[in-house]
Design a protein around this ligand. Structure first.
Ligand SMILES: C[S@@+](CC[C@H](N)C(=O)[O-])C[C@H]1O[C@@H](n2cnc3c(N)ncnc32)[C@H](O)[C@@H]1O
Length: 342
């Protein structure tokens, strides 16, 4: 679009831009352009020539071709027209799995769920389905989801760290918030046997196989849907020779396996119950990566319990690293503990 603009030496650009805003002379929705020495600032349409007198005396007025700034809202919150007290309750984040958005809503926002869902789709063109998360439930740790927009079939393809994961979030557990943590573990694995005791659809196992250099990776899950997608994801990513998916209860399967160098325990509410099984299958000098949801004030108690369970299994354990992976509630976090068997 062709508009009038002011050509200003670069060093004076910010000053002039501010003066133009103060005097309501700046065309807000247009892009400011520049060359080596000048910036060209678009003038608001319809501005009276007399208002430009001062600027005219000092700077050149030019005709310039400009684009509109991308004015898409950055957050879905900007699109929702609801009372201020409710707006404060809108969540700042949500999970995206492929083309599915999963969001937790305060019950006061439930009457506005369609509005919220369509606003999310408006700012994320890749999302086609939005579901409310009513919490993770049962032994399989599957989310109870209510679809607000889109078809009830939530099967999707999720991309993480250059890997493809086919999954249905209403049938299997998957958290995209662990992508960085999975990559961290993957890159420390060198020529080891790795056991992923609660594999889900295989994100730890496949990240390790793709980004680490394991000798072998075995993943176990008790949920038949996880096993189905895990096997599919192994093939989808061309890792059939590197990863084995087993279905069943880890307490039954792990004791029959060969000795392992590293065990991943991602069952955040009950990993601790399985620690002696993991210790029995590990070599001395091996590692456990244990994920547990805990009160931030009770991390040291958990560490003591881990050291004690090592003692009961006749092993000396050392916590060699810990990280707050993400917040779980106002007082709780998902904590990752790196444990070495001495
Ligand atoms: C929190 S999910 C973790 C999934 C995966 N590691 C991830 O990062 O997405 C825990 C998984 O453990 C599985 N599970 C629960 N109890 C189990 C058991 N006793 N043996 C094997 N798997 C189990 C559940 O079915 C669930 O898929």
């Amino acid at each position: 679009m062709r508009v009038k603009g002011i050509k200003v030496p670069k060093e004076m650009g910010e000053l002039v831009r501010r003066k133009m805003i103060e005097n309501d002379l700046l065309s807000i929705g247009m892009r400011i352009i520049s060359d080596k020495y000048h910036i060209m600032i678009p003038i608001k349409e319809g501005v009276d020539h007399s208002d430009l007198l001062v600027l005219r005396k000092t700077f050149e007025i030019i005709d310039m071709d400009v684009d509109f700034l991308d004015q898409r809202p950055k957050s879905y919150k900007e699109l929702i027209d609801i009372d201020h007290s409710l707006k404060k309750l809108l969540p700042s984040s949500y999970d995206i799995l492929g083309d599915v958005c999963i969001i937790k809503l305060n019950r006061k926002l439930i009457p506005y769920r369609e509005k919220i869902a369509s606003s999310i789709i408006e700012v994320n063109k890749n999302i086609t389905k939005v579901a409310i998360d009513n919490g993770v439930k049962g032994e399989f740790r599957v989310r109870d989801l209510d679809v607000i927009i889109g078809s009830d079939d939530l099967e999707t393809m999720h991309l993480e760290n250059n890997l493809r994961f086919k999954l249905d979030p209403s049938k299997v557990y998957f958290s995209p918030r662990l992508a960085t943590e999975r990559m961290r573990i993957a890159t420390i694995v060198k020529n080891e046997r790795v056991l992923d005791m609660f594999s889900g659809v295989g994100p730890f196992s496949l990240n390790i196989a793709r980004h680490g250099t394991p000798r072998e990776v075995i993943g176990i899950d008790i949920n038949p849907s996880c096993h189905y997608y895990f096997k599919m994801n192994i093939s989808l990513n061309g890792l059939d020779d590197n990863v084995t998916a087993l279905m069943g209860d880890s307490s039954d399967i792990v004791p029959s396996l060969d000795r392992q160098d590293r065990v991943i325990m991602n069952l955040p509410h009950s990993s601790m119950e399985f620690i002696s099984i993991a210790l029995d299958v590990l070599h001395t000098g091996g590692y456990i990566h244990l994920y547990s949801v805990m009160d931030r004030s009770s991390i040291l108690d958990t560490v003591d319990r881990i050291i004690d369970s090592g003692r009961s299994s006749g092993k000396k354990l050392e916590i060699i690293g810990s990280r707050d992976v993400h917040n779980y509630s106002p007082t709780q976090s998902m904590i990752a503990l790196d444990i070495m068997v001495k």
